[in-house]
Ligand binder design. Structure first.
Ligand SMILES: NC(=O)c1ccc[n+]([C@@H]2O[C@H](COP(=O)([O-])OP(=O)(O)OC[C@H]3O[C@@H](n4cnc5c(N)ncnc54)[C@H](O)[C@@H]3O)[C@@H](O)[C@H]2O)c1
Ligand SMILES: [Zn+2]
Length: 387
């Protein structure tokens, strides 16, 4: 366990049934707002109410509604250049991780002479210049909590995480209305992404008392709500629980760090364009089975927190049995949610294996967090298990 740890969180977080109504408070120092969003969100009608609140607050707003999903570094730069030309001094990101990640990069580059590619070389070069309000519409990435922004770098065929605490949001609004009609397929893969954040951070070499508090609460909320939140459009409590959990899991990322699921997932997104949540869902169970011998006590602690059993029933189980229960629970969630389970579904086969292993092994930033060492042979076997 680490002996030193730090917790960095967004300054103001509004949650609950009427959280959106706080938009004017966040805008109190803004002269002109820019709304970052995408076509899916606009098409789902999710801009209408926030726009009416911004108008009521008397703040002029420009709308950038064509942000790309899973952006490359150059696509993000293109949006930032358009933001700069807009003259806005405040960013409202309404969307999933893709939208929020571009907003975060804009907040630390828009007033400087450096751009996104410079941050790939030196992430700390970015300085907070524009305040941000993040309103997540997936429950999900936790990008509203983290100092991370993930962009694809085409020439490397990899996704790269740019990390700088200056990118942490100034304001966050967690309002269940934004995920009420999230299509099941997106709710499923983004929900499993949050699950990966929680369990990876909880079992990370960087885990610590701060991160464990948020990771464990997130795990409890997700393990007990994810199916209902995805299956039942009216399960508002379960959906709110997922939104809170995704945010907590984001805080856990900030205080700890994800591990081999995310590391091996990056090439699948960067080269083969598999959605982030889907590639994580494929790798979650194989990696946790691989990690089990080194993480048994942590899995047992997760069982103690999340399994809804009597004290006597819990006390009768060994750590090994509790750990097996957690892995089985992960397996049943991924299966129940009908997330593609094989790389074959994306046309990836054994001919791609060595490229994947080489690219995955490059993600040392996260692999070093994994409790069990991931050798190239272990990575090979993990990729093979999902082919
Ligand atoms: N910054 C971080 O800490 C962090 C962490 C994990 C992942 N990420 C990154 O986030 C990106 C993925 O974000 P995501 O999983 O939230 O998905 P996304 O933002 O890419 O959105 C996926 C699709 O869902 C649609 N959508 C989103 N919300 C909707 C809603 N409420 N109703 C209808 N449609 C909706 C969008 O229009 C889009 O087409 C990836 O690039 C990933 O690498 C970032
Ligand atoms: Zn993730």
């Amino acid at each position: 366990m680490l002996t030193d740890y730090v917790l960095q969180v967004p300054q103001t977080v509004y949650g609950g049934l009427h959280a959106l109504e706080n938009i004017p408070k966040a805008l109190k120092d803004a002269k002109k707002a820019a709304i970052f969003t995408d076509q899916g969100i606009r098409g789902a009608g999710l801009l209408d109410y926030p726009l009416s609140l911004i108008e009521e607050a008397g703040i002029p707003a420009v709308i950038l509604d064509d942000l790309p999903a899973e952006p490359t570094c150059d696509e993000a730069q293109n949006i930032i250049d358009r933001f700069k030309a807009s003259g806005a001094d405040f960013i409202i990101a309404i969307g999933g991780g893709s939208v929020m990640d571009i907003a975060k990069l804009a907040s630390v580059t828009a007033g400087g002479s450096w751009g996104v590619r410079d941050l790939l070389e030196d992430p700390l070069r970015g300085e907070k210049q524009i305040k941000t309000l993040m309103i997540p519409t997936t429950a999900g990435t936790g990008a509203e909590a983290t100092p991370n922004s993930i962009v694809a770098v085409p020439e490397k065929e990899l996704k790269v995480g740019i990390v700088n605490s200056a990118m942490i949001a100034d304001y966050v609004i967690l309002d269940g209305r934004m995920i009420r009609n999230l299509p099941r397929k997106i709710a499923a893969s983004t929900g499993v992404d949050a699950l990966c954040h929680a369990i990876e951070c909880f079992t990370s070499k960087k885990s610590n008392p701060f991160s464990d508090t948020f990771a464990l609460e997130a795990l409890d909320l997700i393990l007990n709500n994810i199916e209902a939140a995805c299956d039942d459009p009216d399960a508002i409590d379960a959906k709110n629980a997922m939104l809170t959990a995704a945010f907590y899991a984001g805080i856990a990322i900030t205080a700890s760090g994800t591990t081999a699921v995310h590391a091996l997932s990056y090439p699948l997104g960067g080269k083969y364009h598999i959605p982030h949540g889907v590639s994580n869902a494929m790798l979650l169970v194989p990696v946790m089975k691989f990690n089990e011998p080194a993480c048994r006590e942590k899995f047992a602690a997760a069982y103690d927190r999340a399994a809804r059993v009597s004290k006597a029933e819990g006390a009768a189980l060994t750590a090994e049995e509790k750990s097996a229960w957690i892995i089985q629970r992960l397996e049943s969630i991924v299966k129940h949610l009908d997330i593609p389970a094989s790389l074959k579904d994306y046309g990836i086969g054994s001919e791609d294996l060595e490229d994947l292993v080489a690219a995955g092994m490059e993600v040392t930033r996260l692999l070093v967090n994994n409790m069990r060492e991931v050798t190239p042979q272990a990575a090979r076997e993990l990729y093979l298990s999902v082919m």
